[in-house]
Ligand binder design. Structure first.
Ligand code: FAD
Length: 498
């Protein structure tokens, strides 16, 4: 290739990351200019987990023209209003991290400050997604801002392999060529160091101009070929093992993910229409694999449908997500553990950021640097939010929790916690994924209670504010009670949004 233009993009890996990338690229790049090939190996397989998402997935669906009803049906999906956390801040305590927002801001002052001032009921009483989730109810958000249902926000749960297959069909229909085969060698240009060719076990060769490494934890191109390096975050995010096991569905699926903290980790429960996904994420320094598996199996509420599957990982991120002509996406670019269901989102973010900086001709170093800056920022913001769940706890019942509560955290997080502890202030960073609602939910839920609140809340008379808050909570309560049950909603053949 003489002019350096990207005529052929090769996606390495057919897990969720690979097919998300292929679906996006093949729908957005003019076929006559750039073709897309995806290589995957059934022999190696995919990680096969990753079933809970966060609301930005809906943007991806819109961008790809995916019909949500069809997606739900094909992947046996369910709706998600947030995450229930049990035994995190203290044993026996629970809280809900909802999508959407609490109450409504009054006089330009964030709602939670008014609540901190009056402490009228619980903050959760002002979140429609929380109250609806707890009642097992769901509907799509209303478009009319005067309707309390406009306060709903949601994401999806789905079967990970069916999701990849669903995207695969779309990508192939849009022109992606799928190649089945095991890559055994990666060839590089002697002068530039760029990757030029993949060699498959059967002798075939695949040449490309830009390679997307979606090969999973190993990072076949980004690490094994290019030696990019990995920033290890296990001093803050010490989880390094997981065991996953699906169970029969014995009750109507709830519209939320559940996370229950244990002795040295936590267990997930993800309700799908045809089964429930369960898993135990833990730290091997404090818990051995057999005990972790027993704890998971003992906690199951229904018969297992398959043998438990063990996974290993190191939390952290690839030092450069884009190196030479290789862009790493998904597990190849890093992993912050699944506590806040952020991995699929980071794939989406990686693909969308790549599209926004996609080379017009030859790869521009300035655009590569910008990509790496943006992805580093996204990973670090998610990292801090997840660390908060471990750091801010009153649990001291096991060596693991004593270690977590005592650990030093990144300055960026320490500053946020101090800011909130003083007067409940939350200042979003540019481009931040997690909203002030998310930060407030988790900080308060984990037991970080501010000493004060924004003084501007005092501008309003206590009695009128109290009455206003009670009216809001009542509206939320009645709004939630009027929603259909999640199970009934799923059973409707046409679930119109809005
Ligand atoms: C325990 C756990 C729970 C998780 N839960 C969630 C969650 O709830 N929500 C969420 O958003 N994310 C979650 N994730 C993350 C999510 O699973 C991943 O981000 C997502 O599945 C993407 O994986 P991937 O496509 O990068 O890798 P993989 O699924 O590992 O796919 C790698 C692909 O590369 C191919 N490949 C590898 N080597 C070769 C080779 N030599 N030749 C040819 N092909 C090759 C494989 O065949 C495969 O197709 C979780 C992860 C773990 C570990």
């Amino acid at each position: 290739m003489s002019d350096g233009a990207i005529r052929h993009v090769v996606v390495v890996g057919g897990g969720t990351a690979g097919w998300m990338a292929a679906a996006m690229l093949s729908s957005r790049l003019p076929r006559e200019r750039t073709r897309v090939t995806l290589v995957e190996s059934a022999e190696i397989g995919t990680v096969g987990v990753g079933e809970a998402t966060i609301p930005p997935i809906l943007d991806l669906n819109r961008l790809l023209g995916i019909d949500e009803d069809e997606l739900i049906r094909r992947t046996h999906g369910t709706y998600k209003l947030g995450i229930e956390f049990r035994d995190w801040g203290a044993i026996g305590q629970r809280y809900f991290h909802p999508f959407g927002s609490y109450g409504a801001d009054i006089g330009g002052v964030a709602f939670h400050h008014h609540w901190l001032r009056l402490r009228e009921g619980e903050l959760a009483d002002y979140s429609l997604p929380t109250v609806a989730a707890e009642a097992g109810r769901f509907a799509h958000p209303a478009q009319d801002p005067r309707d309390v249902r406009s306060k709903l926000a949601y994401a999806l749960h789905f079967d990970a392999s069916l999701y990849a297959a669903f995207l695969g069909e779309r990508a192939i229909a849009d022109g992606t060529e799928r190649v089945e085969g095991r890559i055994v060698a990666v060839e590089r240009d002697g002068a530039s160091g760029d990757v030029t060719r993949l060699r498959l076990a059967d002798g075939r060769a695949i040449d490309g101009d830009l390679f997307l490494d979606c090969s999973g934890f190993r990072g076949l191109l980004i690490e094994e070929a290019l030696g990019t390096g990995y920033e290890d975050w296990s001093r803050w995010l010490p989880m390094d093992r997981a065991i996953a096991v699906p169970t029969e569905r014995i009750a109507p699926p709830v519209p939320f993910t559940r996370s229950t903290a244990g002795a040295a980790g936590w267990r997930w429960r993800i309700p799908l229409q045809h089964r429930t996904g369960n898993g135990h994420v833990y730290c091997s320094r404090f818990l051995d694999d057999d005990t972790a598996e027993r704890q998971l199996l003992d906690a199951l509420d229904a018969p297992a449908l398959a043998a438990p599957r063990r996974l290993r990982f190191t939390t952290g991120r690839r030092r450069r997500a884009w190196n030479h002509n290789v862009v790493a996406l998904g597990l190849a670019s890093g992993f912050i553990e699944p506590l806040e269901s952020t991995s699929i989102h980071l794939v989406q973010q990686g693909v969308q950021t790549l599209m926004s900086l996609f080379p017009r001709g030859a790869i521009e170093p300035a655009e590569v640097a910008q990509y790496n800056r943006l992805m580093q920022r996204d990973y670090e913001q998610v990292r801090d939010f997840v660390i908060l769940h471990y750091k801010q706890t009153a649990r001291d019942d096991t060596p693991f929790w004593r270690m977590a509560a005592a650990m030093a955290v990144p300055d960026t997080l320490a500053e946020r916690m101090a800011l909130f502890a003083a007067n409940g202030r939350i200042v979003p960073e540019p481009g931040e994924l997690f909203t002030p609602t998310s930060w407030a939910a988790v900080m308060l839920g984990q037991g970080l209670s501010p000493r004060g609140y924004d003084g501007q809340a005092d501008l309003y008379p206590e009695e009128t504010m109290g009455a206003q808050l009670r009216r809001m909570a009542d509206l939320v309560r009645r709004g939630a009670a009027a929603l259909p049950t999640h199970a009934d909603y799923l059973a409707q053949p046409q679930r119109a949004s809005g």
